[in-house]
Ligand binder design. Structure first.
Ligand code: HEM
Length: 407
């Protein structure tokens, strides 16, 4: 009986309309939703509550009524349990709950404080300028994803962690494979094992060295590993999480942002002329594009009411950030991209205990990467029809796989 009922539910995740890469859910799918908190069918079998309103998403993510531990039976999975979880998720605190999650997250807090990110802004600027020089030297045409959007955050995170510059291609390839839902599991497993082995060797070298280095991994080795607060295996897991969470996300935001900004000459101009205005535009880009499109999966640990529905202990629920960020109750004319909007209330970085720890870094990277690109190439043009660009629908973070440009 339950299965028959589940079969009739709309299948999640949804796709955007074919002709519009910026709209998260096609109108036909929206019409099939039975209210703001409703059940949808999952491709792995079973179903999940879909929570779509801004206030309800905040309520869901705020407290401790939901677990983020995807190894729990009945957790809402969009694909079978990824191999990295079977290989052990030590240190990967994005999927941990309670005190264990907090213990690891707190060790990283100082690294991502705004004042510390300000200190590395010149380094971000250098990485961006080098990438722009390389782009100019190679000459038009170019694929902006491979030539700019991917290498910038990848090099920044390598610097931040203390991973040698020469190894960034190795990282970029393996973390892209890790996130690609289309990649076969043997490739994903090899990518993860390769990353963990490499980081293990690097951390061990720092641990046994007289000078572990003044970078994120070096500081954690000195302050936490040597004091016995943190195990090497946990630090490896934290580093893998930072590499993956910190580079594909920002890369996809850069690519999609350029595609969108080229449609809005006023916004493009604001990015060029005014640094403070650029911060406002970046917030609106984060809201409008909401690249974690398929939302945040959770499982209720106790009975809880969300948006007038009772979600029972053990039931799966998904916070659909992309629709919450288009909620007319919070954002006037929410489906319109408005470069003058004060969009700070958006939920693109999630909410609650797991809210993105890297957001000050992401904001700085986006502002610097986008303003300098616009200033260096004011006449940059996208040469492909936006509706026909290959989309990363299968990846955890949404984006375009390529962006052909000329100038
Ligand atoms: C525009 C770029 C980014 C977006 C849209 C983004 C989005 C998110 C979201 C939605 C979450 C919440 C996940 C959940 O609750 O299950 C998250 C968590 C996280 N993000 Fe980001 N992120 C971005 C950039 C970064 C960067 C640059 C870093 C670090 C270098 C980073 C590191 C993390 C980490 C470590 C977590 C887990 C936090 C926790 O579980 O306590 N992210 N991010």
């Amino acid at each position: 009986m339950a299965d028959l009922l589940t079969d009739r539910l709309p299948l999640f995740p949804f796709r955007g309309p074919d002709d519009d890469p910026f709209t998260p859910v096609a109108a036909a799918d929206l019409r099939r939703l039975d209210g703001p908190v409703t059940r949808v069918r999952l491709p792995t079998g079973g179903w999940t509550w879909l929570v779509t309103r801004h206030a309800d998403v905040k309520r869901m993510l705020r407290g401790d009524a939901f677990s983020a531990d995807l190894t729990r039976p009945g957790f809402p999975l969009l694909r079978e349990l990824p191999p990295q979880v079977r290989l052990g998720n030590r240190g990967g605190f994005i999927r941990m709950d309670g005190a264990e999650h907090l213990r690891l997250r707190r060790m990283l807090n100082p690294e991502f404080m705004i004042k510390n990110i300000r200190r590395i802004e010149p380094l971000i600027g250098d990485v961006v300028d080098d990438a722009l020089d390389a782009l100019a030297a190679a000459g038009p045409p170019a694929d902006l994803v491979t030539a700019y959007a991917l290498p910038v955050p990848s090099l920044v995170i390598c610097h931040l962690l203390g991973v040698p510059y020469a190894d960034h291609v190795f990282f970029q390839q393996r973390s892209a494979t890790m996130l690609d839902r289309g990649a076969d599991s043997a490739r994903v497993r090899d990518a993860i094992l390769g990353l963990r082995r490499y980081l293990g060797t690097l951390i061990e070298a720092k641990r046994t060295s007289g000078d572990p280095g003044d970078d994120l991994l070096g500081r954690l080795v000195s302050d936490r590993v040597r004091t016995g607060e943190l195990e090497t295996g946990e630090l490896i897991g934290m580093a893998v999480l930072l590499l993956v969470a910190g580079h594909e996300t920002t890369a996809n935001m850069i690519g999609l942002s350029v595609l969108l900004l080229r449609r809005y000459p006023r916004a493009w101009q604001r990015m060029r002329d005014d640094d403070q205005a650029a911060d406002t535009v970046v917030e609106e880009l984060l809201r409008y594009l909401t690249i974690v499109r398929n939302g945040l999966p959770r499982q209720a640990t106790r009975d809880v009411e969300i948006g007038g529905r009772l979600i029972r202990a053990g039931e799966p629920a998904t916070a659909l950030l992309s629709l919450a960020n288009r909620d007319d109750e919070v954002f006037d004319d929410a489906d319109t991209f408005d470069p003058y909007r004060q969009a700070q209330q958006h939920l693109a970085f999630g909410f609650g205990v797991h809210q993105c720890i890297g957001q000050p870094l992401a904001r700085a990277e986006l502002r610097i990467a986008l303003t300098r690109l616009v200033r260096r190439f004011p006449d940059l043009t996208v040469t492909a029809d936006p509706a026909r660009l290959p989309r990363r629908e299968s990846s955890i973070v949404y984006g375009v796989a390529e962006l052909p440009v000329t100038w």
